[in-house]
Design a binder for this molecule. Structure first.
Ligand SMILES: Cc1ncc(COP(=O)(O)O)c(C=O)c1O
Length: 379
């Protein structure tokens, strides 16, 4: 059965990328694959079997964690987002580890009905990102409180870097690491050493082995994408091993109508493009509801038979139009590449991001979960 818009996942790339990230600094500890937000838009259920090299998985919400367990996932799963106080029992029931940065969470755990299962907690330390996290000066009190609880175990401690991928200067990350190490030292003094210590996202995993501790927690890299140009430049200039990351995802569609349009015609809503010649226009069944951003109107390009074709006029909710005047021999239902390779041309997530005024993370995460995901071997 043919689809009109679909995602192809290169089945071998995720494990290859996990392996490459691990090999950057010859890391021997645990590797946690960050698969939140529908595996960065790639499709969580389709990605799971492709992540054999991941020891742990991380998602954002309790519901995502429960979905993983319902799918039969047995590996440790860490919830990176807040678990509602009245749903902690569900997290315990599903053996989901989760972060703690509020003392109210500990109180809610104390009020749970007794169970043989313990709640496995990872303290998130605020080191300078100023989003979730317990203040460094409160971390020891929190860890001591957990150590004294029957229903909970301190399974881990972690932090997250604010400015490690978007810069060539890593003083801020160094400062955050210092704060985190200070907390670890304070905990040690109290005889509290959480078994799993983790700070490294993809950029940190590639650039700084001192951020690795016992587990790295990588997202964007496992999908074969670099966190940023700055990360790549930092890696190249630091002389560290450059991971060979292979993009996992291609995004494709088919032409649903071809029409001859006279010179001087206004294309699409608002008439924002006026043809300057007699043109051949292909209509594509993809729009901003699919994650193909409205900002791509009159800005983006697609690939038709290995040629770039520009997006004309505004991108609609479910349709957009491209100029194929310079791509002869194009037919109804021919394949069009929105993201990926065709012949010698490639549209990367980074390029789409530039055209959309955003970053590769948002491009892939924004792809609709309703589109079918197909696995391709040896792509
Ligand atoms: C807490 C946390 N850890 C790890 C990651 C993974 O980061 P990256 O995709 O840059 O590897 C994220 C991503 O947003 C995150 O929020």
């Amino acid at each position: 059965m043919s689809s009109l818009v679909w995602i192809e996942l290169d089945a071998d790339s995720p494990d290859h990328n996990l392996d490459e990230l691990r090999r950057c600094n010859d890391f021997k500890g645990l590797h946690c694959a960050v698969v939140k937000s529908n595996a960065y838009g790639h499709g969580i259920m389709e990605m799971l079997p492709l992540l054999g090299n991941a020891d742990w998985l991380a998602v954002n919400s309790l519901d995502e964690g429960i979905e993983l367990r319902a799918a039969g996932e047995k590996r440790p799963v860490l919830l990176l987002g807040h678990v509602p106080l009245d749903r902690i029992r569900e997290a315990r029931q599903a053996d989901l580890r989760f972060i703690v940065c509020n003392f109210e969470t500990l109180q809610a755990i104390r009020e749970l009905p007794p169970s043989e299962k313990k709640v496995l907690l990872h303290i998130k330390v605020e080191t300078g990102t100023w989003r979730q996290g317990v203040l460094p000066e409160d971390a020891v009190a929190m860890a001591s409180e957990i150590a004294g609880m029957h229903g909970a175990t301190l399974d881990g401690i972690y932090t997250h870097f604010a400015n490690i991928e978007d810069t060539l200067s890593h003083q801020y990350a160094e400062m955050q690491l210092e704060v985190f190490q200070g907390v670890l030292e304070d905990l040690k003094q109290e005889g509290l050493t959480p078994p799993v210590i983790h700070t490294a996202c993809t950029a940190a995993a590639i650039l700084f082995s001192k951020t690795h501790f016992s587990m790295i927690r990588t997202g964007i890299g496992l999908y074969g994408l670099w966190p940023s140009r700055e990360t790549r430049l930092s890696a190249e200039s630091s002389g560290c091993r450059i991971p060979e990351l292979k993009p996992v995802l291609s995004w494709k569609t088919r032409i649903v109508q071809i029409k001859e349009v006279p010179a001087g015609s206004y294309i699409g809503y608002g008439g924002t493009h006026r043809t300057t010649r007699n043109s051949r226009i292909a209509v594509l069944p993809v729009g901003y509801a699919d994650g193909y951003g409205r900002s791509l109107g009159n800005t983006g390009w697609v690939l038709v038979s290995g040629n770039r074709a520009p997006v004309l006029g505004r991108v609609c909710m479910n349709l957009c139009m491209v100029d194929i005047t310079d791509v002869p021999g194009t037919h109804l239902e021919d394949e069009v590449i929105l993201l990926g390779r065709s012949g010698n041309e490639e549209i990367t997530a980074e390029l789409l991001g530039q055209w959309m005024g955003t970053i590769n993370y948002e491009v892939v995460t924004g792809i609709s979960s309703l589109l079918p995901r197909l696995l391709v071997k040896g792509g």
